[in-house]
Design a protein around this ligand. Structure first.
Ligand code: TXA
Ligand code: MG
Length: 349
């Protein structure tokens, strides 16, 4: 059985750090989602991460450190990278850097670059500091399912497969870090997350979103972050993402419910929006709230035995872009664009 350690249990944290250092797997809280940690210098421990998660071996891991200067031990830290760390770390940001020697190939899946992140959660940084080694960690879910935002979700997926989980309650951000690749001529966001494109452009105006981000991965399409090509964040239930203005989306969702009475329907809706004959979970008022609750809600809908989850859209831009990215993946790019009544009329004329 996997051991649960309370974040405030100092001795427990020290033991977890020691276990990590010795090659055991320990899940830990970050401000984004829970990570599944292993000593990044220990190739065997890292291999066990892939086994515990059922993760494809060509999908590299993020190396977590407690302080930016640790990155110089195993990566080339350019001026751009330094600017990013100075502004957004500790915090929900991962930077892809050219790799130096030292970290096993298993971590980077043979790439000549390495992903580095300094988590915003103080318990995570203390655990890394106590372990005394960089910690390789993907999200602590079974490959393909929604990332865990609390210790119960970690145990749901990994109980018995890992030594322990440090429990620090719910994650503040709720979706993963923003990945910025600074190895090329221009910086590119490979995965939008807790830091927005707009925030990054304040210090790196030349930064853009990877063009493949909102495309369905088909054929020989190869996203720059290998993990982005895999099925992701998917609950057992089918997910449908709706787009359009709020009244058009409401009409479309109501029509769906009315015409699918044989299905058990869940709706993930903005606060205050209710639907008949369905189970409604509310995500809050804005994209930040939605990010915080999305993965947990997907798991909750599964526990409730829901067949289809219908999702109201977040606002556009900012965190809306990041949440939308996760939502579209959870939906396998099943997106319904709700037309405004006005527009439909003109089209019919
Ligand atoms: O917020 C987060 O980033 C969480 C917490 C635990 O830190 N971690 C996380 O890890 O989301 P994971 O493994 O679920 O996602 C890491 C993503 C994958 O899509 C992977 O392909 C990409 O980062 N990645 C890792 N190293 C890379 C590299 N050298 N070049 C491009 N993409 C890389
Ligand atoms: Mg993941």
């Amino acid at each position: 059985m996997t051991k649960r350690i309370a974040a405030a249990d100092r001795e427990g944290l020290e033991e977890a750090a020691q276990k990590l250092r010795q090659g055991e797997l320990v899940a830990f809280p970050t401000e984004t989602v829970y990570g599944l940690g292993a000593n990044a210098f220990n190739a065997k421990a890292v291999a066990e991460i892939f086994a515990a998660k059922g993760r494809p071996s060509d999908n590299p891991l993020i190396v977590h450190i407690a302080q930016a200067k640790q990155a110089e031990e195993f990566a080339e830290v350019s001026e751009r990278a330094r600017k990013l760390f100075d502004r957004f770390s500790p915090g929900p940001l991962t930077v892809i850097l050219p790799k130096k020697e030292g970290i096993p190939e298993r971590v980077t899946a043979g790439l000549n670059s390495i992903a580095v992140r300094i988590p915003g959660n103080a318990v995570a940084r203390e655990l890394i500091r106590l372990a005394g080694v960089p910690i390789a960690a993907p999200s602590a879910n079974r490959s393909g399912s929604p990332s865990p935002t609390d210790a119960d979700s970690v145990l749901q997926d990994l109980d018995g497969r890992i030594w322990g989980v440090v429990d620090d309650g719910n994650c503040q951000v709720g979706i993963e870090s923003t990945i910025v690749d600074v190895t090329g001529e221009l910086p590119v966001i490979l995965r939008p997350g807790g830091v927005t494109l707009e925030q990054i452009q304040e210090i790196l105006p030349e930064c853009t979103l990877d063009v493949g981000l909102f495309k369905k991965p088909i054929g020989d399409f190869r996203p720059k972050a290998p993990g982005m090509k895999y099925k992701h964040y998917a609950p057992r239930a089918q997910v449908i993402a709706f787009e359009g203005n709020s009244s058009a989306v409401r009409r479309e969702i109501e029509t769906y419910i009315a015409t699918h009475s044989h299905q058990k329907i869940g709706v993930f809706a903005m606060d205050g929006n209710c639907y008949e004959q369905s189970t409604v979970l509310h995500w809050g008022k804005n994209a930040q709230d939605m990010a915080k609750h999305l993965f947990h809600a997907l798991r909750q809908f599964d526990e409730l035995g829901i067949d289809v989850i219908l999702c109201e859209p977040p606002e556009t831009g900012g965190m809306g872009t990041s949440v939308r990215n996760r939502l579209y993946k959870a939906a396998g790019f099943h997106i319904v664009c709700a037309e405004e009544e006005q527009k439909e009329k003109t089209e019919n004329e």
